[in-house]
Design a protein around this ligand. Structure first.
Ligand SMILES: Cc1ncc(COP(=O)(O)O)c(C=O)c1O
Length: 432
C-alpha cells in the first residue's frame, strides 16, 4: 500500500501546511490543544476499519474481541481519572454526548434551565438555532452584570419560576469555577436533574485544580480534546453513589430506572451508530497520559499561565469579564480600547496569533462582530510556555491591538511569534 504522500500529494500538501501553521503560530483558542504523538498514532490506526455497534461483550458484529479490550481500557482509565462509577466513551463529540443527555432525561417540550449562550454557555444548552432549543423549552440564567459571575440567588429565582426538568451547568466562555453544591441544592429544591457539561474544564477537574462536579451532578458530559488533551470526541460520566442520589431527586416519571442503561442506549442506538474505535483507542491513550503525575503539573501550569495573562492584560489597561480567571481562559472586553472582536481576531491572525472573537455578557454587537476575544492557555502550555512566555504573548497581542491595521507592525509581531515557536518545538511529523 502507498503512503499518503505517494498516493495523494495534493491532500498531503494541505496536511503539511496545517502542521506548519500549528508549529509556527500562537494557538490561543481556549477549546484547542495539541494531542500527543501516541494519541495521534492511535487515531490513525487500523481500528478505523472496525464496526462494533453495541458495547463490550454485547456487540452486533463479530470480530470485536480486540476492540472490546480497547473500549474497556478507555472506560477503566476514565473511571479512575474522574472517580466515576460509570462512563460511556462512545460519543463522537461533545455535542453528541449532550444529545444523549436530552434523550435520556427529557421529553420534547420539557423545560431546560441553562447558561445563556451570550453569557458563556454553549449552543447545545438550549440555543434557538440548536436542536436543544428547537426541541425543548429552553430557559436561561446569566451572569450578574456588575461582577460577570453567576449568582446562585438569580439561578434559584429563575429555577423556581420555570420549574425545569433539568438544569445544566458548564460553559464555553466562563472564566470562573462553579459552585456545584449550590447548584445541587437548587436542583433538589425544584426537583430537577443536574447535568454538568465540563467540556472545557475536564483536564483541570481531573487534576483537581478546579471543583469536582461528579459528586453533585446526576450526569456529567465532556469533550476529550480540550483541556483533557485527547482526540476529538466526547464522554458521559456518572459519579459515585449515583443511583442513590438519583432516587432522591428524580421527578416521579418512572422513566429513569437504571440510569447507566438509559444513558448507554441514548448513545447507541438512540443518537449514534457504530462507535469510532480508532478514536476510542486514542481516548484510552490520552486518559492514560492524564493519569500520570506530569499531567497534574501541566494543568497547574495552564491555570498559572491564565492568571499571569489576566494580570498582564489588566496592567496594560484591558478590561476582563469577571476581572480575571479561575481556569484556563480569559475573556477580554475590547470596548474601552475602541476595538471589537472581529477587528482584533483578524489583525491577530495576520500576526500569527490565533484567538476567537467572542460575545461578552450584555454585548450590543452581533455574534459576527462581538465586543471581545476569548483567549486560552492549554495549547501553548502543552508547548512548554510558562508565565514568562505568556507575559511576552500578552505584550505581542497588545502590540498588534495598538496598531491593528499597520502591516509592518503585524509583520514584526509575526517574526517574534515564529522565533518563540521555534524555541518551543511542537510536531516534527505530519502523519505517523
Ligand atoms: C461547553 C461545551 N459543550 C459542548 C461542546 C461541543 O463539543 P464538540 O465541538 O466536540 O461537539 C463544546 C465545544 O466547544 C463546549 O464548549
Amino acid at each position: 500500500m502507498k503512503s499518503l504522500q505517494e498516493q495523494d500529494p495534493e491532500l498531503n500538501k494541505y496536511l503539511e501546511l496545517e502542521t506548519e501553521r500549528q508549529n509556527l503560530n500562537f494557538e490561543l483558542i481556549a477549546s484547542e490543544n495539541f494531542a500527543s504523538r501516541a494519541t495521534i498514532e492511535a487515531m490513525g490506526s487500523v481500528l478505523t476499519n472496525k464496526y462494533a455497534e453495541g458495547y463490550p461483550g454485547k456487540r452486533y458484529y463479530g470480530g470485536c474481541e480486540h476492540v472490546d479490550k480497547v473500549e474497556n481500557l478507555a472506560r477503566e482509565r476514565a473511571k479512575k481519572l474522574f472517580n466515576a462509577d460509570w462512563v460511556n466513551v462512545q460519543p463522537h463529540s461533545g455535542a453528541s454526548a449532550n444529545a444523549a443527555i436530552y434523550l435520556a432525561y427529557m421529553k420534547p417540550g420539557d423545560t431546560l434551565l441553562g447558561l445563556d449562550l451570550a453569557h458563556g454557555g454553549h449552543l447545545t444548552h438550549g440555543s434557538p438555532v440548536n436542536f436543544s432549543g428547537i426541541t425543548y423549552n429552553a430557559q436561561f440564567y446569566g451572569v450578574e452584570k456588575k461582577t460577570g459571575r453567576i449568582d446562585l440567588n438569580i439561578v434559584r429565582e429563575k429555577a423556581k419560576e420555570v420549574q425545569p426538568r433539568m438544569i445544566s451547568i458548564g460553559a464555553s466562555a466562563y472564566t470562573r469555577d462553579f459552585d456545584y453544591e449550590g447548584f445541587r441544592d437548587i436542583a433538589n429544591e425544584v426537583g430537577a436533574f443536574l447535568w454538568m457539561d465540563m467540556a472545557h474544564t475536564a483536564g483541570l477537574i481531573a487534576a483537581k485544580v478546579l471543583n469536582d462536579p461528579l459528586p453533585y451532578s446526576d450526569v456529567v458530559t465532556t469533550t476529550t480534546h480540550k483541556t483533557l488533551r485527547g482526540p476529538r470526541g466526547g464522554m458521559i460520566l456518572v459519579g459515585k453513589d449515583h443511583e442513590n442520589r438519583l432516587g432522591v431527586v428524580a421527578p416521579k416519571s418512572g422513566r429513569v430506572k437504571n440510569i447507566s442503561e438509559v444513558l448507554d442506549s441514548a448513545i447507541f442506538p438512540g443518537t449514534q451508530g457504530g462507535p469510532l474505535m480508532h478514536v476510542i483507542a486514542a481516548k484510552a491513550v490520552a486518559l492514560g497520559e492524564a493519569l500520570q503525575p506530569d499531567f497534574i503539573q501541566y494543568q497547574k501550569q495552564v491555570k498559572l499561565n491564565a492568571k499571569k495573562m489576566a494580570e498582564s492584560f489588566i496592567e496594560r489597561g484591558y478590561s476582563l469579564v469577571s476581572g480575571g480567571t479561575d481556569n484556563h481562559l480569559i475573556l477580554v472586553d475590547l470596548r474601552n480600547k475602541g476595538l471589537n472582536g472581529k477587528i482584533a481576531e483578524e489583525a491577530l491572525d495576520r500576526a500569527g496569533i490565533t484567538v476567537n472573537k467572542n460575545m461578552v455578557p450584555f454585548d450590543t454587537e452581533s455574534p459576527f462582530v462581538t465586543s471581545g476575544i476569548r483567549i486560552g492557555t492549554p495549547a501553548l502550555t502543552t508547548r512548554g510556555f510558562k508565565e514568562e512566555e505568556f507575559t511576552e504573548v500578552v505584550r505581542l497581542i497588545d502590540k498588534v491591538l495598538q496598531k491593528p491595521t499597520d502591516e509592518s507592525n503585524l509583520a514584526d509581531v509575526k517574526k517574534s511569534v515564529q522565533e518563540m515557536c521555534k524555541a518551543f518545538p511542537l510536531y516534527n511529523f505530519t502523519t505517523v
